[in-house]
Design a protein around this ligand. Sequence first.
Ligand SMILES: Nc1ncnc2c1ncn2[C@@H]1O[C@H](COP(=O)(O)OP(=O)(O)O)[C@@H](O)[C@H]1O
Ligand SMILES: [Mg+2]
Length: 245
Amino acid sequence: MNDTQEIIEEHLEKAKVPSKYKPAVREMMTAMANHPCYGNPHYKWSINDFELGHRLGRGKFGRVYCAREKKSGFIVALKTLMKAEIVKGGVERQILREIEIQSHLKHPNVLNLYTWFHDSFRIYLVLEFASKGELYNHLKKSPHGRFPENKSAKYTYQVADALDYCHRNHVIHRDIKPENLLLTADGNVKLADFGWSVHAPSLRRNTMCGTLDYLSPEMVEGKEHGHHVDNWCLGMFVICSTPIS
Ligand SMILES: Nc1ncnc2c1ncn2[C@@H]1O[C@H](COP(=O)(O)OP(=O)(O)O)[C@@H](O)[C@H]1O
Ligand SMILES: [Mg+2]
């Protein structure tokens, strides 16, 4: 067995892949290891590397699609951002921040940004796929618009853990809401959309941003704010989604 095969077998054991799925996962991982990008951080990605599937959502500057990387079959979410719209909105720096911040964060409950590339018209973010979509839609469909206690506790814990990790790395998300909390196939929350986030070593900022329903008092009053604005939003989320008895 060569080194790559050994790594693959180790992963299959560590990730506890059920035996009926092992051949398919092994095949995909072998295709990934044989991909020209493997071990080559300078690989030039382009839209031709992907087959586009259905639309997952609509973003402020473009659409988000389910996509399959052609050589490996690996499924991702492709967030497209129209350059003209970004320039029109004067948010070039904020988009660079989104990319810079999200590509550095590595946590089980933070949506992974695998890579990014651009062409003449668009910027593409290659993101981990969260197949069950926005927590918002699940909340709307739940009886009385609230999650059962066990789910509520799990989601709250996972978001709190993700936020704690971001804050320890001096990142404030600034747009925590159920639309930006995504659910994976196995029912875990991924903190997504770092479009308003900021890396602030002093953890004090002045810009008013986020979404009105969830704005913290200091943000509404245009005062200096820190990472507590995210904690406020998490609190709002808990109040709005937890069963009250
Ligand atoms: N990785 C993903 N997996 C599944 N759906 C996604 C993913 N990323 C985004 N979406 C969908 O697209 C929507 C918009 O994406 P988002 O990153 O929040 O864009 P914006 O910054 O414009 O709000 C999300 O609310 C969600 O419905
Ligand atoms: Mg969003």
